[in-house]
Design a binder for this molecule. Structure first.
Ligand SMILES: O=C(O)CCC(=O)C(=O)O
Length: 269
């Protein structure tokens, strides 16, 4: 694992050469963990904002009951039906989140990865993800490209753990190298989840890893990396901040959800 600089200030950025190793790992494996990507001070601010936001329950929200993933309440009227899954538009929700998603370390990381100026999309992810005990659902194997319509399948998400993430509280699982794998359409269901019962898929899934994340660690992952996440069987809500980026030359397709909101250029302040 590599250290690539500190997200959201108070520790100096490390130089460019030391961020080459994680970028290479991201290219090779489709994901990379960057330990302690945010400073301790920033983490306190982000956690405070996250809890205030969940308490306030300000729109736009996405509910577990709306998605109906395995383990979710069957409707908003059912027990646990008001369980929030995503607090959407993290960028517009709290200045701490916005600063976090656009800070110099992210800008430099993405410019180095894409080889050009990068943009944050506000159209998907761009959220505070919560996973609740009891009513939080599990997420099947998928590629995030299912959410996107861009000229090229080349986007990178940054998933920041605001607390510990481990198997018991619904941590992410990744299939290393899966961003480069080619699949026939029939390997996925109509919602673009990988058919876990398919023998070849099952063989791939057996190679998956679930890295434990410490508070402040980030996972950078490619939009074609297969990943999933389990249920939260702990007794505390898990909070993660998630943003997605693409290079300036990779434009969202006109008329799609990906083009539905103004993007955020990562630029020097
Ligand atoms: O936390 C989870 O359940 C996984 C979320 C995820 O993979 C996604 O939103 O694309």
């Amino acid at each position: 694992m590599s250290r690539a600089g500190c997200w959201y200030d108070d520790m100096p950025m490390v130089n460019q050469s030391s961020s080459e190793a994680p970028i290479t790992e991201l290219r090779d494996r489709g994901y990379v963990i960057v330990p302690r990507f945010v400073s301790a001070r920033a983490l306190v601010a982000l956690n405070r904002a996250a809890r205030l936001q969940l308490t306030a329950r300000a729109e736009p929200l996405e509910f577990e009951a709306d998605l109906r993933y395995p383990g979710a309440p069957p409707s908003r009227e059912a027990a646990g039906g008001e369980t929030v899954r995503r607090l959407l538009d993290a960028y517009g929700r709290d200045p701490a989140f916005a600063q976090c998603g656009t800070t110099a370390a992210v800008r430099e990381w993405m410019a180095a990865y894409f080889g050009e100026r990068a943009f944050m999309s506000r159209a998907h992810h761009n959220c505070l993800m919560t996973k609740h005990p009891r009513y939080g659902s599990l997420t099947g194997w998928h590629r995030d490209i299912r959410y996107w319509s861009f000229e090229r399948e080349n986007l990178v998400s940054v998933w920041l753990a605001l607390g510990v993430e481990e198997i018991d509280n619904g941590a992410l699982w990744f299939v290393p190298g899966s961003h480069e794998m080619a699949f026939d359409a029939e390997r996925f269901d109509t919602a673009k989840f990988l058919r876990a019962e398919h023998a070849d898929n099952a063989r791939i899934i057996r190679t998956a890893e679930s890295p434990r994340l410490e508070p402040g660690d980030a996972v950078f992952f490619h939009c074609n990396t297969l990943h999933s996440a389990g249920k939260n069987v702990s007794d505390a809500v898990k909070f993660s901040l998630v943003f997605t980026y693409h290079g300036a030359s990779n434009r969202p397709m006109p008329g799609t959800r990906s083009a539905s909101l103004p993007e955020v250029p990562l630029e020097c302040q």
